[in-house]
Design a protein around this ligand. Structure first.
Ligand SMILES: CC(=O)SCCNC(=O)CCNC(=O)[C@H](O)C(C)(C)COP(=O)(O)OP(=O)(O)OC[C@H]1O[C@@H](n2cnc3c(N)ncnc32)[C@H](O)[C@@H]1OP(=O)(O)O
Ligand SMILES: O=C([O-])CC(=O)C(=O)O
Length: 448
């Protein structure tokens, strides 16, 4: 087994923090199952069975929980609470956005880390970030017109040669040790994703050169590798990477990771499954679709000599809806209020770019879209989700290649989906295999 973990991470994450929690949590879950296993927590209707299992409670998720009204809580903390207590790059809590390493520590251990712990995690992630040569060769060989998400998935799959979990399994490791081997892979996946992502960005849009700066934190180094050198953009990346990490278990990317991982596929393969789900336009790809929608809107009205304002946005929204297409960035399978991830990005914009043209377009869309969607009458949630805002913030810094945006989401989501995968293995969660039914069986139930 590789022992790349730095001493402090080894002590704090594995030996003291995580290892101490595992037996307690195993005991508690076992007691739930043994003593209350037949306790009913919900019914399933035909509507839910046909309708994508909305609200069906059938998965345990340690790392976060989503309330339809309030939005996400990471280990019990709202986004503003995370911003108030998690270590920042400046070292002064509350001064700047939380570091990605802070939220990784929180999601994995459920504890708010110290700056020292976070710094040790930064060093650990940098230390294990080296990409195998075959991965570099492969990613550099991919066609520039292949979608960046497809490239990311290929790159991550190719890294599977490094899996300690797969090796340990093949060597006959006992199931009680799976989580230890999984953690090695989980930290490796989180560590390598930025460089794969940066290679794709630099290959597709620029000169292919990726320059690291490991004196910085995970997000800062990622920004340099992408080719950005602006402390304000670094802060945006910290915020971006933190808020996209986790959204409880039922979302498609987290669920896909959990499902694939439940077959004891290693974390590389499991998270590649998650990325495949994230690449769909109803999920993570919506962030590129939002920018495309705004550009189409601007192009149309500029060509007609009309301003982009509440009236023209309303006209364009109805055109989209009447063409039986969705308004990207609006609606949600669980949320019934404005996504707090939208709100914190709006606050970032108000602080850093209040006069930005596209931010003002997004703000105007927000002022009219909920009423349009209510009038349309189909949508359960007429309010904006996270994807509605992320693109315009990137655009402000010259990051205009919107076909790439979901890759950033993919780097971030690894942290939540894989922190949970650690617990999946630590708690010994079994193969996921729900029961499907035929339409005939459903009819037979109704006729009974
Ligand atoms: C990170 C994330 O994944 S956040 C979500 C990102 N996705 C988007 O922004 C894409 C636009 N939004 C949507 O397509 C949806 O709101 C989803 C996929 C997010 C949620 O889907 P659901 O839970 O099925 O939503 P809901 O129950 O409101 O759907 C009811 C109807 O309203 C439609 N609807 C939902 N949202 C929208 C929208 N933004 N624009 C137009 N129609 C919509 C649905 O397509 C559905 O129509 P149908 O009855 O003809 O099939
Ligand atoms: O929760 C969902 O279904 C989609 C979402 O917002 C996310 O995964 O971040």
């Amino acid at each position: 087994m590789a022992h790349l973990l730095s001493k402090s991470v080894k002590q704090l994450v594995r030996k003291e923090t995580l290892a101490a929690q595992v037996p307690e949590k195993q005991k508690s879950l076992l007691a739930l199952k043994k003593e209350h296993g037949d306790h009913v927590i919900g019914n399933v209707t035909i509507d839910q069975c046909i309708g994508g299992a909305r609200s069906v409670k059938c998965m345990v998720w340690e790392t976060s929980n989503l309330d339809p009204e309030e939005g996400i809580r990471f280990r019990g903390l709202t986004i503003p609470e995370c911003q108030a207590v998690l270590p920042t790059y400046s070292g002064v809590t509350g001064d700047g956005e939380p570091m990605l390493e802070s939220i990784l520590w929180l999601l994995l251990t459920s504890e708010v880390p110290t700056k020292e712990q976070v710094d040790s995690l930064t060093a650990d992630l940098h230390a294990r970030a080296e990409l195998p040569e075959h991965v570099k060769t492969l990613v550099n060989s991919l066609p520039k017109d292949m979608h960046p998400m497809t490239q990311l998935i290929i790159g991550l799959n190719a890294c599977q040669t490094e899996s300690q979990f797969a090796k340990a399994y093949a060597d006959g490791a006992p199931k009680t040790d799976y989580h230890i081997h999984a953690l090695e892979d989980i930290l490796k996946v989180v560590a390598v994703l930025p460089e794969i992502a940066a290679m794709i960005y630099r290959n597709v849009y620029f000169d292919g050169i990726v320059t690291k700066d490991t004196s910085l934190d995970y997000s800062g180094n990622f920004c340099r590798m992408l080719g950005y050198d602006d402390p304000s953009f670094d802060e945006l990346m910290r915020l971006y990477l933190c808020i996209h990490t986790d959204h409880e278990g039922g979302n498609a990317s987290a669920h896909a990771t959990h499902l694939v991982g439940s077959t004891l596929s290693d974390p590389f393969l499991a998270y590649s499954g998650g990325l495949n789900a994230l690449a769909g336009p109803l999920h993570g790809l919506a962030n590129q679709e939002v920018l495309k929608w705004i550009q189409d809107l601007k192009n149309k009205f500029e060509a007609e000599g009309k301003p982009v304002n509440a009236d023209t946005i309303t006209e364009f929204a109805w055109e989209t809806l009447n063409a039986k297409k969705v308004i990207p960035g609006y609606g949600h399978a669980v949320l019934r209020k404005t996504d707090p991830r939208y709100t914190c990005q709006r606050e970032f914009a108000l602080k850093h770019m209040p006069d930005d043209e596209l931010f003002n377009v997004v703000d105007t869309i927000y002022s009219v879209m909920p009423d349009i969607l209510k009038e349309h009458g189909k949508v359960a949630n007429p309010y904006p989700n996270v994807d509605s805002h992320s693109g315009v913030l990137l655009w402000h810094y010259g990051f205009t290649q919107f076909q790439y945006y979901t890759v950033l989401f993919g780097v971030s989501r690894s942290v939540g989906a894989l922190s949970q995968l650690y617990w999946d293995r630590a708690l010994g969660l079994p193969l996921e295999r729900p029961k499907s039914v035929t339409p005939e069986w459903l009819w037979s139930q109704v006729k009974k």
